[in-house]
Ligand binder design. Sequence first.
Ligand code: NAD
Ligand code: MG
Length: 301
Amino acid sequence: MSSDKKDQTEMKNPVTQYPQPPFKRQPQDAPGSVNRMNPLPDHGEETYKGSGRLKGRKALITGGDSGIGRAVAIAFAREGADVAINYLPSEEGDAQEVIKLIEAAGQIAVALAGDISSEDFCAQLVKNAAKQLGGLDILVNNAGKQTAQESIADISTEQFDATFKTNVYALFWICKAALPHLGDGATIINTSSIQATQPSPNLLDYASTKAAIYAFTQSLAQQVAEKGIRVNAVAPGPYWTPLQPSGGQPQDAIEEFGKSTPLGRPGQPAEIAPLYVFLASQESSYSTGSLFGSTGGLLLS
Ligand code: NAD
Ligand code: MG
């Protein structure tokens, strides 16, 4: 980061800080790419300044190639963590940009492509991450699949299954494989959604998975508290990421994306990364089993 750039702590009006709707229609195929978005999202590339809050930690982030996961990877690296990212093989281009950013922060970067809807792959992913990082202290279950459908009649069993496999089964498989590697002070952060508590009619399968992630987080947190491991969930509101224009929302909703929030615009991934840093770091030592919102003012319950 050049020294004349302001960092993430600069005081600003959040309403006008970032682009506001209307946006152009911009369909792309799932899982989508950051570089096909207009305007380009902000992942904190130019602004995130670390202060050693995760020094020496080793983190695995699923969906770390783009969107929220990319911003978290950048922030973790600048806070002093070595970072492994997982993503789909078709996202290699986005992933390599993140690998370069982690390395530019002076940290070890590990790229682990593969589909987390496979139990075998999830076990391999955790094993390889722990091996290549030399341990594991932070697990961020962030990958997700979202496909809007007007009616339950339009949701195929295949879609329902793929959404649950990616968003819920993978969380179970990855946590199960990761726990033997996690020691005192380790943290798990699961990306849930405002959809967990405020489900939209056209996100029936997705919203159900996000509610499951919230319950899973609360249950696991109680189970592993005595081991000194904390588990929390983050509930983003509308964030400007490839998930949304690549089938997560109908294109007419992309034009107005974020407009219905009190802040009147979507969040940018850079705006949520500090929350993940807080939950990963020792600073949040008394927080476990909780859901932390970043919703532009939409109510979580
Ligand atoms: P994103 O598209 O940038 O990230 C999602 C990532 O999930 C993809 O990059 C992809 O690597 C990964 N993924 C999907 N299917 C996979 C599979 N089978 N195997 C491996 N990886 C797979 O979008 P994002 O919005 O940053 O999404 C991150 C998380 O945030 C998701 O869990 C999403 O549900 C959640 N979320 C997003 C919003 C929003 O408005 N963008 C709101 C609430 C919650
Ligand atoms: Mg992606």
